[in-house]
Design a protein around this ligand. Structure first.
Ligand code: ZN
Length: 356
């Protein structure tokens, strides 16, 4: 009897322990290094670094970086190198806001940590989050940031968010108003908190001259979109927005060149939406080449009155806006056709521009 019992115990120790979660194949949106994955060759962003699917999600080594993974690696490193902690932000959340409100807050804080533009001691900035535009208006009015004149202009739509009043730093604030459930189901929502924070970073780095300098929309909007999406893993938002950007970009009709000029016809164009997806992919390449340090330097250069974006690009990167537009269009087209340039090819194309 005793012998049989021993054999049975041994057998039961050898048999696999059923564990459904261990076998679950994780989509990019929930990727974790070491966990099984579905489609070979897919990449994803995690807090441990960029990962690539090859039966399991495997961390990508720096040597094997694509443009996409190099850019994300740079963002993650910059984010982690800045301390988590007190920020000069007052984020007012309507107590009636559904759970998306706290995710917006977290995304704003992730943006502030990445850019480092809200340390304690810097100007305190306010944000208002609610499904109810009236609540936002009353709060912002009580804090002295808004009057009746601007009420209509900023609360027109059901789904609306923004860094508002960049032309006057004493009146500027963020608001996030998502009145309907469909507002929080798309790529526009998932990247919005760090996107809008990035607009403040652009404003603060340029010492509030950002709103007074003719802009380059593919840089301003594209960088905000790229960072908004790249900080997904840091802000409890989806981390697979890139594939949505690529899908949108393939449907777009206007090239980056159209979005390189700060003109009324660009901002009012029915194709204005194209700037977000295409600009995000263009800025992925820009970040892969010059880093967060490089883009920060461009905005900091604008803080010297009279400096144009072109001069800021030349001073910090060696080439001007037109050269960048052409270079990044090459990368954007390669992504659009599902044959993305390698990191090396992008780096070579940049070097070639610098020497011509
Ligand atoms: Zn924007």
């Amino acid at each position: 009897m005793r012998k049989i019992l021993v054999v049975m115990l041994t057998l039961s120790l050898l048999s696999p322990i059923p564990n459904s979660s261990a076998a679950k194949k994780l989509a990019p949106s929930e990727a974790k290094a070491g966990a099984p994955c579905l489609i070979k060759g897919l990449t994803a962003a995690t807090l441990d670094g960029p990962v690539l699917c090859d039966k399991k999600w495997k961390l990508v080594t720096e040597k094997k970086d694509s443009v996409e993974t190099r850019a994300y690696r740079i963002v993650l490193k910059e984010y982690l190198s800045n301390p988590e902690g007190a920020l000069s932000l007052v984020i007012k959340l309507d107590p009636k806001t559904p759970s998306w409100g706290s995710r917006i807050k977290k995304g704003m804080e992730a943006g502030a940590r990445l850019w480092g533009t809200s340390p304690v001691g810097s100007p305190t900035k306010f944000a208002y989050i609610s499904a109810d535009g009236e609540w936002i208006f009353k709060e912002a009015q009580a804090d002295g940031f808004i009057d009746d004149n601007r009420k209509e202009e900023i609360f027109r739509n059901d789904c609306q968010a923004g860094w508002n009043g960049a032309d006057d730093p004493t009146k500027s604030f963020w608001f996030f108003k998502f009145a309907e459930t469909f507002c929080i189901t798309n790529v526009g929502y998932f990247q919005v908190p760090a996107h809008e924070y990035t607009h403040y970073a652009q404003d603060a780095l340029s010492q509030y001259l950002w709103g007074k300098t003719p802009r380059v929309p593919w840089l301003d909007e594209g960088l905000a979109s790229y960072i908004g999406a790249a900080l997904g893993p840091m802000s409890d938002m989806r981390n697979d927005l890139r594939s949505m950007w690529v899908g949108q970009m393939r449907r777009g009709v206007k090239n980056l060149d159209f979005f390189s000029k700060s003109e009324e016809l660009v901002y009012k164009s029915p194709n204005w939406q194209d700037v977000y997806a295409q600009g995000a992919i263009a800025n992925e390449a820009l970040v892969a080449l010059i880093g967060i340090t490089g883009v920060k330097a461009i905005y900091t250069s604008l803080s010297k009155s009279g400096t144009t974006y072109d001069a800021a690009f030349i001073a910090n990167t060696g080439i001007g806006v037109d050269s960048w537009t052409a270079l990044l269009q090459g990368y954007v087209d390669s992504v659009k056709s599902y044959k993305p340039w390698s990191l090396e090819k992008l780096q070579d194309a940049y070097k070639a521009k610098k020497t011509t």
